[in-house]
Design a protein around this ligand. Structure first.
Ligand code: FCB
Length: 778
C-alpha cells in the first residue's frame, strides 16, 4: 500500500518526556544533595520537594507509559542525586534509583532516552561559580562518565545538556530561573559557552566509554516577523531582516553553529573562548534534539528598549502576534516546526533530528474522571502533521517526544501551567490520562495520524447532546432570554460536558454575564497609597459610570491571591483589571489562565497577549536626563534599582541613550527600592566622583534617600530627578517624572470596557511627563 501523508516511517520513535526536578520529588532522600532549584523554587512560591512523587511512584508511571504504547521515554538524571557535591564521591542510593527505573522501562519495552543535565545543578558547584566557571564543564564530564558506568549497558541514547540558552538567559541573565542571577551580557555568553563545553567534554567521555548514540537537546525557535507568521515566504525589508538575523544568532545559531560547525556566529562576545574549546564543542554527535514550542516574533524598531533575555540584541521589538496562544501565551504556529526542521536539515546536513520536546499548556478541568483537553489534542495533531510534512520533504526526523508525559513543576510557573498528556492531582497524586493521551495512544498504535483531524465540539454536537436545535443552542450561548430555564440548563450542561468553546470571548458568552468587574491590586513598594487610591477611584468611577459593579480584591497574602484566582475562575466577574506586584508577578499568568478578559497595569516581563497600559519608562529616563543636561550639568549619575524590574531597566536604558546621544559617560550605582539604599548609593557616588553634578534616580523613594545623603554631605548644588511622582515628592520639592497614575487608570478602564464589548484592543504606552521642582532648578 502506498504510504499516505499521515503514516510515519517504520521505526519512527514515539515518546514523551519529563525532567528530574520537575517530577521526582524526594529531594532529601537516599543521600541526594541540594540543587540550585531547591532553594530557588520555594522562594518563588512553589517547590519540587514532592512534585509528582515520581521517585516513589515510578512503577505506576512506567505502567501508564506502557498503556500509552510509548516506544521511548526521555527522562533526566539528577546530578545532585548521583554526586551530591557535584564532584568526588558518588551516591550509590541515587544511582540505584535510575537503575531501577531503567530496568522497569526495559521490562515494559520502552527505550530510555537519558538526559544527563536538565537544569538541576548541584548547589555546591553553584557556590563555586556554577556555570560562570569553566571548571563546571569538567565536573560534568566526570559525572556523565559515572552515570554511563552504571547505565551504559542498557541505555542507547544519551542527551547531554538541555537547552543551554534557557539556563544561561533565564537563570544567569535575568534571574527568572535558578540560580536567579542577574548578570551582564558577557557573563550570559560565558555561561552558554561553558555549558557547551560541558556538552563537548561529555560527548568525549561518553564516546570513550562506548556510548552508542549521543546528542544535545536545544530550544530552537524560528525567528519570524509578524508578516512571516502569516506567510513564511514574505520578503523582509532590510531592517527587519537584520533584526531577525540578530535574534537568530543569539537564540539558535550560538548553539547550532558551535556544536555542528565548530564556530560562533560573527559578532557575539567571545572573550571567554579559549583555543581548542570549539574543537571540543563540535565533537561529532549522532542526533540533535529539537525542542520546539513557538516561533520568536520580532521586528525592527530603532530605540526599542532592550529585551534583557536576549543580551546584545538592539533595535528589536519582540512583538505579539495576533495568532491564538497557549496558556503560556506562546503563539500556536505548527508550520513553524516544519519550517524549522527543513531549515535544520538544509543548514546542518548529516545529523539525525528528533523532536525532543513539543507540547502545550492549557487550563485543564477534570470532570467525571476525564480531561477533555481538545485544545492540546489539536495542538499535538497539527504539530505532528508539520513533522510529517517535513519528513515527506526528506528531513531525517526519527522521533517525536511529547512534552510532557505528565503535569509537573513548570519552573517559574510552578504548578499553574500544565503540559501533561496525563493529569496529576497534586493533592492526591492521582494520575488521569487526558483525552490527548488517549488520542496519542491511537496515533502510536497506527504509527500515524487519524485521517480526519480531531474535531472540536461544534454547535451541532452540543445540540445533539442537549436534544435541542442548533438555533436554541446559539440562543443560549448568546445569552438571549427567550429560552426556558430547563432548556437553558440542559444546553449549558452539554456545553460544559463537551468543553465547548474554550476560548475566552466565547466562554464569556456562555457563562452568564455578572456585570461585575474585579479590580485586583497587589501591593508594590513603588505604588504608595496615593497611587492605589488614584487607581481605585479613577478606574472604579469610569467602570461604574459604564453601569458595571466593582469588586475590589487585594492580592496581598498568598491565601488571598489563591482565593481571588478561584473567585475569578468560578465566573463571578466578567473582567479583571490587574495591578500586579511587578511585571514578573505570577498572578498575571494565573489570572490569564482563567480566560476571563483582563487588562494589566504595567508591561509584563515577558511578551504576552494581555493588553497593558504603561508609562514610557525609557522615554521618561531620557526626559529626566535631558532635563538635567539643560540645567547645565554634564556629570550626571544614575542611582538605579532593583534591577530585576523591567521598568527600572527601561528607565536605565533611557538614561543611557540620552547620555550616549550627548556624548557623555554614563555612571551607574545600583541599589534597592528604599530610601536607605538610595542614600547609600548616593554616598558611594560622592566617594567615587566628588565632581558629580546631578543624579537621576530610578524611583522617587530612592531619590528621597539621595536628597538626604546630599543634604548630609552639604551638597545642595547637586540636582536630582526621581521617577513616579509619589506624594512625598511634592513635599520634598523633588523634581520627578510623573507616572500619570490617573491617566493610566482611565486608559485601563477604557481598554477593559472595550474588551468586554468584544472590541479588539491593543496595549497603550503613555508618554512620560516631567515635573520640575526645587531639586533640579538650574
Ligand atoms: C522547556 C524545558 C522543559 C519544560 C518546557 C515547557 O524549555 O526544557 O523542562 O519546561 O520548556
Amino acid at each position: 500500500m502506498k504510504a499516505t501523508a499521515l503514516t510515519f516511517p517504520r521505526g519512527f520513535v514515539w515518546g514523551a518526556g519529563t525532567s528530574a526536578y520537575q517530577i521526582e520529588g524526594a529531594t532529601k532522600e537516599d543521600g541526594r544533595g541540594p540543587s540550585i532549584w531547591d532553594g530557588f523554587a520555594p522562594a518563588h512560591g512553589d517547590t519540587g520537594e514532592v512534585a509528582c512523587d515520581h521517585y516513589h511512584r515510578y512503577r505506576e508511571d512506567v505502567a501508564l507509559m506502557k498503556e500509552l504504547g510509548l516506544a521511548a521515554y526521555r527522562f533526566s538524571v539528577a546530578w545532585p542525586r548521583v554526586q551530591p557535591d557535584g564532584r568526588g564521591a558518588l551516591n550509590t542510593g541515587g544511582l540505584d534509583f535510575y537503575d531501577r527505573l531503567t530496568d522497569e522501562l526495559l521490562a515494559a519495552g520502552i527505550a530510555p532516552y537519558v538526559t544527563l543535565y536538565h537544569w538541576d545543578l548541584p548547589r555546591a558547584l553553584e557556590d563555586d561559580g556554577g556555570w560562570t566557571s569553566r571548571d563546571t564543564a569538567w565536573r560534568f564530564a566526570d559525572y556523565a562518565r559515572a552515570v554511563h558506568d552504571r547505565l551504559g549497558d542498557r541505555v542507547d541514547t544519551w542527551l547531554t545538556v538541555n537547552e543551554p540558552f534557557v539556563q544561561a538567559s533565564l537563570g544567569y541573565g535575568i534571574g527568572l530561573h535558578a540560580p536567579g542571577r542577574v548578570s551582564p551580557a558577557e557573563t550570559v555568553f560565558a555561561v552558554g559557552h561553558h555549558m557547551l563545553l560541558a556538552h563537548g567534554l561529555g560527548v568525549q567521555a561518553l564516546r570513550a566509554a562506548g556510548a552508542r548514540r549521543i546528542g544535545i537537546p536545544l530550544n530552537l525557535s524560528p525567528v519570524l516577523t509578524p508578516d512571516q507568521v502569516a506567510d513564511p515566504s514574505a520578503t523582509l525589508p532590510e531592517p527587519d531582516a537584520r533584526a531577525v538575523e540578530q535574534v537568530d544568532a543569539v537564540l539558535n545559531r550560538q548553539f547550532l553553529d558551535a556544536v555542528l560547525r565548530g564556530g560562533y556566529p560573527a559578532g557575539l562576545p567571545d572573550a571567554h573562548v579559549r583555543p581548542g574549546d570549539l574543537e571540543i564543542i563540535s565533537e561529532p554527535i549522532d542526533v540533535l534534539g529539537v525542542n520546539y514550542y513557538a516561533p520568536t516574533i520580532v521586528r525592527a524598531e530603532p530605540g526599542a528598549p532592550p529585551n534583557p533575555a536576549y543580551p546584545g540584541v538592539e533595535g528589536v521589538r519582540f512583538s505579539d502576534s495576533h495568532v491564538t496562544a497557549t496558556a503560556m501565551g506562546w503563539p500556536i504556529v505548527p508550520n513553524g516546526l516544519s519550517l524549522l526542521l527543513r531549515q535544520l536539515a538544509r543548514r546542518y546536513p548529516g545529523v539525525e533530528l528528533v523532536v525532543a520536546e513539543n507540547g502545550a499548556a492549557f487550563s485543564d478541568v477534570v470532570r467525571s474522571g476525564a480531561v477533555a483537553d481538545a485544545d492540546r489534542t489539536a495542538f499535538l495533531d497539527e504539530h505532528l502533521r508539520a513533522v510529517r510534512h517535513a519528513i515527506a520533504d526528506g528531513v531525517p526526523c526519527k522521533g517525536y517526544f511529547v512534552w510532557s508525559l505528565m503535569d509537573n513543576f513548570e519552573w517559574a510557573e510552578g504548578y499553574r501551567r500544565t503540559f501533561g498528556i496525563i493529569h496529576v492531582d497534586f493533592d492526591t497524586q492521582l494520575r488521569t490520562v487526558k483525552d490527548s493521551g488517549r488520542w496519542y495512544r491511537e496515533v502510536i498504535r497506527h504509527n500515524g495520524l487519524p485521517v480526519s483531524r480531531p474535531k472540536r465540539p461544534t454547535l451541532e454536537t452540543v445540540a445533539a447532546r442537549a436534544g435541542v436545535s442548533r438555533a436554541t443552542v446559539s440562543r443560549v450561548v448568546n445569552g438571549e432570554n427567550s429560552v426556558s430555564p430547563e432548556i437553558r440548563e440542559a444546553v449549558l450542561h452539554a456545553v460544559n460536558q463537551l468543553d465547548y468553546v474554550p476560548n475566552a470571548a466565547a466562554r464569556n458568552l456562555v457563562t452568564q454575564r455578572t456585570e461585575t468587574v474585579a479590580l485586583v491590586v497587589a501591593t508594590s513598594p513603588e505604588r504608595d497609597e496615593t497611587g492605589i487610591g488614584t487607581l481605585v477611584m479613577t478606574a472604579g468611577q469610569a467602570i461604574q459610570a459604564a453601569g458595571k459593579r466593582i469588586t475590589l480584591l487585594l492580592a496581598d497574602t498568598e491565601h488571598n491571591r489563591s482565593a481571588l484566582v478561584s473567585h475569578v475562575e468560578s465566573g463571578h466577574v466578567d473582567g479583571v483589571l490587574l495591578a500586579p506586584h511587578d511585571g514578573a508577578d505570577p498572578l498575571i499568568s494565573r489570572l490569564y489562565g482563567t480566560a476571563v478578559p483582563m487588562v494589566l497595569l504595567g508591561k509584563p516581563a515577558f511578551s504576552s497577549l494581555v493588553p497593558c497600559v504603561d508609562i514610557d519608562n525609557a522615554g521618561g529616563g531620557a526626559l529626566a536626563t535631558r532635563h538635567l543636561m539643560e540645567t547645565g550639568r554634564t556629570r550626571i549619575a544614575m542611582v538605579c534599582g532593583p534591577m530585576e524590574q523591567a521598568r527600572v531597566r527601561d528607565r536605565l536604558a533611557g538614561y543611557r541613550e540620552a547620555m550616549r546621544e550627548a556624548g557623555l559617560q554614563p555612571f551607574l550605582t545600583v541599589g534597592e527600592h528604599t530610601q536607605h539604599s538610595g542614600a547609600e548609593a548616593m554616598r558611594r557616588v560622592l566617594d567615587d566622583d566628588p565632581g558629580v553634578q546631578a543624579v537621576f534616580a530610578s524611583s522617587d523613594v530612592m531619590a528621597l534617600g539621595v536628597l538626604r545623603a546630599l543634604r548630609e554631605a552639604g551638597r545642595d548644588d547637586v540636582a536630582v530627578v526621581g521617577f513616579g511622582d509619589v506624594q512625598a515628592a511634592a513635599y520634598a520639592g523633588l523634581s520627578t517624572i510623573s507616572e500619570r497614575a490617573g491617566d493610566q487608570a482611565l486608559t485601563l478602564a477604557r481598554l477593559l470596557l472595550s474588551r468586554l464589548e468584544g472590541r479588539p484592543v491593543s496595549s497603550a504606552l503613555l508618554s512620560a511627563q516631567l515635573i520640575v521642582r526645587e531639586s533640579s532648578r538650574a
